[in-house]
Design a binder for this molecule. Structure first.
Ligand code: SAM
Length: 364
């Protein structure tokens, strides 16, 4: 194995590279980064090829912020002959354990966009050949490794695999969501994606359902509120701006024209706090910690805006402040932070308190 390939949003290669370097160094598995600006991927080449698999299984993909996918790379092939690209690929996959699925991909980017049609077309004959050579299960099996071919042009590709339960299940690691025309802003897709990434369908049924209560800080015009209302929640919206009339008419929304940093919910049994205020990320992290520590909410999804250059460093510091505050308060929680496909210069964070948490009952 050569190293680890990570997909990211074009322009975020440095953040993704700093993050994987940090994680690998903590595990004392050393290597170097190969990255091209705006390429949409980062390659971490290990000095010792025998350590690559160990690195990929020890890094928890769900805890990576800037990576959309994590692939163990077996080989890089180039100069693939146009008349037969499949044979050299089979020469690599021959020595690999059987995979349960195949993704022929390319990193996201304007330059690679034209390759997507090629990738789609090439998948069909490659899949057939892989099955014939016992490199791919006859039926799709997502409990096994997934074989990835990441084409950089139509003659060169990384060949590798992702590990079950330690990867994104999505093609190119991208959640392609339909924009609901009745939603008041495109931001709605950010919360929709966050819910789907952070909560399994079962979690959504038990933890985010009709009749629950939510607070949306910085809610206007209501894209995030729309996602909560659509799921049957009652939402207190806090913002000095104007909420979409269509949402007010549902009877599920109460609008408070107040400062989100000073707002205190009347009822202290809120199921969900969401927050998309454009503010300094440290300030938002501290506010989220306050709500969780006070026991005002059980779970929170919020954005940390990162308009600065060193986004990974800033995000790490902000999350550390939040975790230190929660730890100091003796809370037990799960935390995940992701640079989602619909996020731009921001990341989305989910914190879920464990146990019976309303009204300071946990650990206080
Ligand atoms: C990015 S927009 C939110 C978009 C919204 N999530 C949606 O989907 O439609 C940020 C909002 O935060 C609000 N905001 C910024 N600072 C605030 C504060 N201190 N208190 C309340 N709202 C604030 C702004 O008025 C603005 O409407």
């Amino acid at each position: 194995m050569l190293g680890i390939l990570l997909y990211c949003r074009p322009g975020f290669e440095n953040d993704c590279a700093n993050e994987i370097q940090d994680k690998a160094a903590a595990l004392e598995i050393f290597g170097f980064i190969k990255t091209v600006r705006n390429s949409g991927y980062v390659f971490y080449q290990c000095y010792n090829p025998e350590e690559v698999e160990g690195l990929a299984s020890q890094i928890d993909y769900s805890q990576l912020i800037f990576a959309r996918q994590m692939i163990v790379v077996k080989a890089f092939v180039d100069n693939l002959p146009l008349e037969d690209r499949i044979s050299p690929i089979l020469a690599v996959t021959r020595d690999m354990p059987m995979s349960g699925d195949l993704y022929v991909e390319t990193p996201e980017g304007d330059e690679t966009k034209p390759l997507l049609t090629f990738c789609r077309k090439f998948t069909v004959p490659l899949r057939q050949s892989l099955k014939k050579h016992n490199n791919l299960t006859n039926k799709e099996n997502r409990k096994k490794r997934c074989l990835h071919l990441c084409f950089l042009d139509n003659q060169s590709a990384y060949i590798g695999y992702s590990l079950p339960n330690n990867r994104s299940e999505l093609y190119m690691g991208i959640a392609r969501l339909r924009f609901p025309s009745e939603a008041p802003s495109r931001s709605t897709l950010k919360l929709d994606e966050a819910i789907q990434v952070f909560l399994t369908p079962e979690d959504q049924q038990t933890r985010l359902h009709s009749g629950m209560r939510a607070v949306d800080l910085g809610a206007c015009p209501g894209g995030w509120t729309y996602q909560l209302v659509r799921r049957g929640l009652f939402v207190s919206c806090v913002d000095n701006g104007a909420m979409a009339e269509s949402l007010m008419e549902t009877g599920q929304v109460t609008h408070f024209m107040e400062d989100g940093f000073k707002f205190e919910p009347e009822r202290k049994n809120i199921d969900w706090l969401v927050c998309d205020m454009i503010e300094k990320p440290k300030r938002v992290a501290k506010l989220m910690a306050k709500w969780l520590i006070e026991g005002w909410c059980k779970e929170a999804i919020f954005n940390l805006k990162l308009p600065m250059k060193k986004r990974y460093q800033e995000a790490s510091q902000d999350l550390q402040i939040l975790m230190d505050m929660l730890d100091e308060a003796g809370l037990t929680y799960q935390l995940q932070a992701k640079h989602l496909y619909h996020d731009r210069e921001e990341i989305t964070v989910h914190v879920s308190l464990q146990g019976n948490v309303w009204g300071k009952q946990l650990g206080k």
